[in-house]
Design a protein around this ligand. Structure first.
Ligand code: TXA
Ligand code: MG
Length: 324
């Protein structure tokens, strides 16, 4: 089937990029080159499109994604930039630096892209094809590296075709990625600057500019511990969740899935039609909605463990685990 999959690779001409921009607005997935590695792009404001990214990568859990924008002025609409973040952005953008900043009020980024966090990872890529795609789409692009989960990051269009050729609308070929190494991730959510992932921009360059050492030893992916209270980088709902519920008990709200919805209290249905892509898209906003409504206990109907159901269940199990 290799021939078929390679047909999805298209030279990144102006026309191909314009067409790809339309595909993004239609909620489809477009793989594209950046200066670091190839990204698997989706409209960052469209939860269902982002759910398809996780489905395509075969990720068993929802990690927050990097949101790509064309310039700092667009970035400021999505995130809040402290003076320190602003000065890093001015020095290193466009380029291979990702900044984790507090989510801006009214930010259009989908909660699935941030895994429900109140922070967002933002980057302005320098690669001309990435820049042109962002402008053609007119949307911020949530884009993890365009490999299947557990594989190495792709540095050519061909690598992407081998991993994800049957999952994307198109792969824009812009030649090999320049660095072949992911972006450096720095958290700038408070007064301190912390290195979350070493990458293509040397940490020493960032420290030289900032005039202070970066905090280290923090892990970008703290998804390993089992108690969600410890997961500083993952949204943990206040409400207590009771999983595999067939109905809501008195005093419980219900997080439902599918057409049968047995409750008289507050109900949020992740997908009345039983669609796992829609359920994933709605997951984090639903957990937040129960907290906003002040619900203390939520009964959760079973989610089938196939496809995206695995990642949804992973998140729910973490959210339901006892906390200290
Ligand atoms: O070079 C790159 O950064 C590539 C290209 C395509 O831009 N993208 C990339 O994305 O490497 P990905 O999804 O493979 O890695 C993103 C990392 C994850 O480890 C994730 O946990 C972290 O960024 N991240 C995203 N949002 C975050 C947040 N709000 N707080 C902490 N970490 C975050
Ligand atoms: Mg990756």
């Amino acid at each position: 089937m290799k021939e078929d999959r390679e047909g999805i690779v298209i030279a990144a001409t102006d026309q191909a990029i314009a067409d790809a921009g339309q595909m993004i607005r239609d909620g489809r997935l477009v793989a594209f080159p950046t200066e670091t590695v190839y990204g698997l792009g989706a409209d960052a404001t469209n939860g269902e499109a982002i759910a398809r990214v996780f489905e395509a990568k075969g990720r068993p859990r929802f990690n927050p994604l990097i949101v790509h924008v064309p310039d700092l002025s667009v970035a400021r609409r999505l995130g809040h930039f402290s003076p320190a973040a602003e000065s890093l952005a001015r020095s290193f953008w466009p380029g291979a630096l990702t900044l984790v900043v507090p989510l801006a009020e009214g930010s259009s980024v989908s909660p699935l892209a941030t895994a429900g966090l109140d922070t967002v990872a933002i980057r302005v890529p320098a690669h001309p094809v990435a820049q042109a795609l962002l402008r053609a789409a007119g949307r911020p692009l949530a884009a993890p590296s365009a490999n299947r989960s557990g594989h190495v990051s792709p540095t050519t269009a061909r690598h992407v075709a081998e991993d994800l050729g049957d999952k994307v609308a198109v792969i824009l070929d812009g030649g090999p990625a320049w660095h072949g190494l992911e972006s450096t991730i720095v958290r700038a959510t408070d007064q301190t600057l912390a290195l979350l992932r070493p990458g293509a921009v040397p940490a020493s360059d960032i420290e030289a500019l900032a005039g202070t050492p970066l905090e280290r030893g923090l892990k970008v992916d703290t998804a390993r511990p089992d108690a969600p209270g410890q997961l500083a980088s993952h949204y943990a709902p206040r409400a207590h969740l009771r999983l595999d519920a067939t109905e809501a008990l008195p005093g419980e709200a219900l997080l439902a899935f599918g057409p049968a919805c047995p409750s008289t209290g507050m109900v949020i249905n992740l997908s009345p039609s039983g669609d796992l892509v829609m359920a994933a898209a709605n997951l984090f906003s639903s957990l937040r909605a129960f907290d906003v409504a002040g619900m203390e206990r939520v009964a959760v109907m079973p989610i089938p463990p196939r496809g995206l159901g695995e990642a949804i269940n992973d998140r729910l199990v973490r959210a339901a685990a006892p906390r200290g």
